[in-house]
Ligand binder design. Structure first.
Ligand code: DGL
Length: 283
């Protein structure tokens, strides 16, 4: 069984892409709605909450957990993979982040290639990254992109309050105004040259992708992180078949939340009308 973890609704964008792409795999999702948003929390808290979420998914039978969360990936993935997992009772299980495949797609360079190679070493594109405060202040995206495309310009923009507004399913005009502030802030940094590509570097943001599309210049290509992650996961499973399913989905995808069941179900349906039923982790 494959686990997908996020602070709340955001990872559902990745989860949905994976469930659709891999009909033979069993999936379980955990949204830590009791503690969302993660993006303004100190790094140590993000690490602790992410570890707790990953352990919940392991306990429920996941052998591999994908962090469907950029904040958790930027802040916690390496610590969990290198320091915690090998010493834990969960050896033989694994945890993966979502930044590596996104950087691969943005730079057209495999993750394993971390020095500039032709032709990407000549790439002078402007690449926009929208994210939470914690993701943006980690500088993971610009550092990893510039290793592969040293001449590219990476412009980052925090979209403050957007995660909380999405979690609360605030009315569309309110979400629209928050996205517009973020996009305006980004465009004020890029000046005359609009971004060639934009990464929605928070898995909540594809839930309002149409609003980013509306405010970004038409020439800016939006990278779809859920699709990128699904593509990369397909490649990962071909190399690690031990995590692949038995050939037939055994049960319907399971969705867990640490939050309040009624409000989580109601607000998630605003963005995904056919979202499977959530169960509480409290049971
Ligand atoms: N979905 C998240 C991300 O990709 C988490 C945002 C948050 O909880 O602040 O960053």
């Amino acid at each position: 069984m494959i686990g997908v973890f996020d602070s709340g609704h955001g990872g559902l964008t990745v989860f949905r892409a994976l469930v659709e792409r891999f009909p033979a795999l069993d999936f379980i999702y955990l949204g830590d709605h009791a503690n969302v948003p993660y993006g303004n929390r100190p790094s140590s808290e993000v690490v602790d909450l992410t570890r707790a979420g990953v352990e919940t998914l392991y306990r429920r039978g996941a052998r591999l957990v994908l962090l469907g969360c950029n904040t958790a990936t930027c802040v916690a993935a390496r610590t969990l993979q290198q320091d915690w997992l090998p010493q834990s009772e969960w050896t033989g299980r694994n945890v993966l982040g979502i930044v590596a495949p996104t950087v691969e797609a943005a730079t057209q360079t495999p993750w394993a290639v971390s020095t500039p190679q032709y032709p990407q070493k000549l790439n002078t594109d402007v690449i926009a990254v929208f994210g939470t405060m914690r993701t943006i202040s980690s500088f993971v995206y610009p550092e990893e992109i510039r290793k592969r495309c040293p001449r590219a310009t990476v412009v980052q923009q925090v979209c403050a309050d957007l995660v909380a507004a999405i979690e609360a399913a605030r009315p569309e005009p309110e979400l629209d105004a928050i996205v517009k502030v973020g996009v305006d802030g980004l465009l004020a940094q890029t000046g005359a040259q609009p971004p060639h590509r934009a990464i929605l570097g928070c898995t909540h943001f594809p839930l309002v992708e149409h609003l980013f599309r509306k405010h970004l210049p038409p020439s800016t290509r939006l990278l779809s992180q859920p699709e990128i992650v699904a593509d990369s996961f397909e490649d990962y499973l071909s190399r690690k078949p031990q995590y692949a399913g038995s050939g037939a989905r055994l049960k319907a995808p399971v969705l867990l939340t640490t939050g309040e069941l009624e409000s989580v179900t109601r607000t998630s349906r605003v963005f995904w009308s056919a979202v499977p039923v959530f169960q509480t982790t409290a049971e």
